[in-house]
Design a protein around this ligand. Structure first.
Ligand code: SF4
Ligand code: SF4
Length: 446
């Protein structure tokens, strides 16, 4: 039985109960009547859909595979970066030596040999992502690479995440022509955890705002915030950007809550039940007040949760949070290595002892993703009330890092879960009983 009973408090202080099953995505009043989704403008949808089981990869025992029908292709140019964000997992990865301009020609020549070209052979349904480090630290490589891929696969979409400090007028023109969606990693009032603020540098600010102003009307740019122990007040973050951007229209999102991959990531993490509860309340209150909904990821995650209820999405259909366990999603280096994800080095080793280099594009059938495991192989996730929102966090972390990642994710996703219940019922959740991830979290009370 995977049901949680949640006590809600109405405005008069009276208690009510709902029963939520994160494995069947049902939410009912204690009477058994389903909670009405009409309040958030949704109706129950077809509920007898034939849901596919997600592939439950499990290290060397059941490694993941990759197919030529790639729909999300992440090209890691290298891990070089001109910033040193305190919690960045890439900082301590061994450099594997990729991203040189002279690798572009061979990469492009070989690409059609291992990639099916998308739904129409011209990139339809495919998203290309260019990753660093800082991708514009590889500008001499990125420019010919991206331009050639665009010419060959004009129907594909493109995405880049940058720290925004190396933008030039030439790059603005190129990104616009590429049709790329650009995420600017920036923590607003918490930017000091990342490094200098390009918005404080006269020249960098001019170029960055030129990019923002160019892509904003096309809905192709956002400032992306990582939430930490000291920087998670969505209202304060939105206010900070509004002032810093001279009251321009805001396009903000949340990259996620900080995940500790090394000691400094732990320092930014939510230590202890009280910090986690404060974080969770802050998310709930920001959404309830409306300002939290200014963040795209908040809207997207809430919508995905409401969709899970409307369609009764079973947990067995859930892949991992980032999608890197999927066979149609792949991260590669320019010299053809296939890696666990874009954030790791091919020369690195995962916590379970498997290499992050999981194969080569020249032998895609032989790729084996043995460095990670699906949430269904983790007891805490199987017993977690926010599974449908979190989807198991990072798939390769283990041990103490994994436990802290889970604590951080729990607070973030519980805040969103509580906010979703508030939007559905106009009541505030104050207690969750029933199956609970370990360690038991007092932070279940709002
Ligand atoms: S919060 Fe923790 S237990 Fe729950 S789904 Fe995420 S990683 Fe798993
Ligand atoms: S496996 Fe996924 S969540 Fe973990 S670092 Fe890579 S992209 Fe991020």
């Amino acid at each position: 039985m995977n049901r949680n009973t949640i006590t809600l408090q109405d405005r008069a202080g009276a208690s009510h109960r709902v029963v939520y099953d994160p494995h069947a995505s049902t939410l009912c009043w204690s009477s058994g009547d389903p909670v009405d989704l009409a309040k958030i403008g949704m109706a129950p949808q077809v509920r007898d859909r034939d849901w596919q089981h997600a592939v439950a990869i499990n290290g060397v025992h059941a490694p993941g595979r990759k197919s030529r029908a790639i729909r999300r292709l992440k090209i890691q140019l290298g891990l070089k970066c001109n910033y040193g964000c305190s919690y960045c997992l890439q900082r301590f990865q061994p450099e594997a030596g990729s991203g040189a301009p002279d690798q572009v020609e061979a990469f492009l020549r070989n690409l059609p040999l291992w990639f099916d070209g998308g739904e129409d052979g011209k990139g339809a349904g495919v998203r290309f992502e260019f990753w660093g480090g800082e991708p514009f630290a590889y500008w001499k490589t990125l420019k010919p690479l991206g331009s050639a891929i665009k010419a060959t696969y004009p129907n594909a979409s493109f995405a880049i995440v940058t720290n925004g400090s190396l933008i030039t007028p030439e790059i603005v023109e190129w990104l616009d022509a590429l049709g790329a969606t650009v995420g600017i990693s920036h923590d607003g009032p918490g930017q000091s955890a990342r490094g200098p603020d390009p918005l404080d540098n006269r020249l960098q600010r001019r170029h960055l705002l030129a990019l923002y102003d160019r892509l904003l009307p096309q809905g192709r740019v956002s400032f992306n915030v990582v939430l930490t122990d000291t920087n998670h007040d969505l209202r304060a973050i939105a206010d900070w950007f509004a002032a810093k951007l001279d009251r321009r229209a805001l396009s903000l999102t949340v990259e996620g809550v900080v995940i500790p991959y090394h000691a400094e990531g732990h320092e930014c993490s939510l230590g202890g039940d009280e910090r986690q509860a404060a974080f969770m309340r802050s998310i709930l209150h920001a959404v309830a007040a409306g300002e939290g909904l200014a963040f795209q990821a908040v809207r997207r995650k809430l919508d995905d949760f409401f969709q899970s209820l409307a369609t009764a999405r079973p947990a067995h259909a859930l892949g991992q949070k980032c999608g890197m366990d999927r066979d149609d999603t792949i991260a590669v280096t320019l010299d053809g290595k296939v890696i666990t994800c874009q954030n790791v080095s091919a020369a690195g080793t995962a916590p379970n002892g498997a290499s992050h280099e999981i194969g080569n594009v020249e032998a895609l059938d032989a790729v084996r993703l043995a460095s990670a495991r699906h949430w269904s192989h983790r007891e805490e996730c199987r017993n977690c009330p926010v599974l449908q929102l979190c989807k198991g966090s990072c798939m390769y972390l283990e041990g103490r890092d994994r436990q802290q990642a889970c604590d951080n994710e729990f607070a973030w996703n519980l805040g969103l879960f509580a906010a979703a219940l508030f939007l559905l019922t106009d009541m505030v959740p104050v207690q969750i009983d029933g199956p609970m991830r370990h360690p038991p979290a007092e932070s279940a009370a709002a």
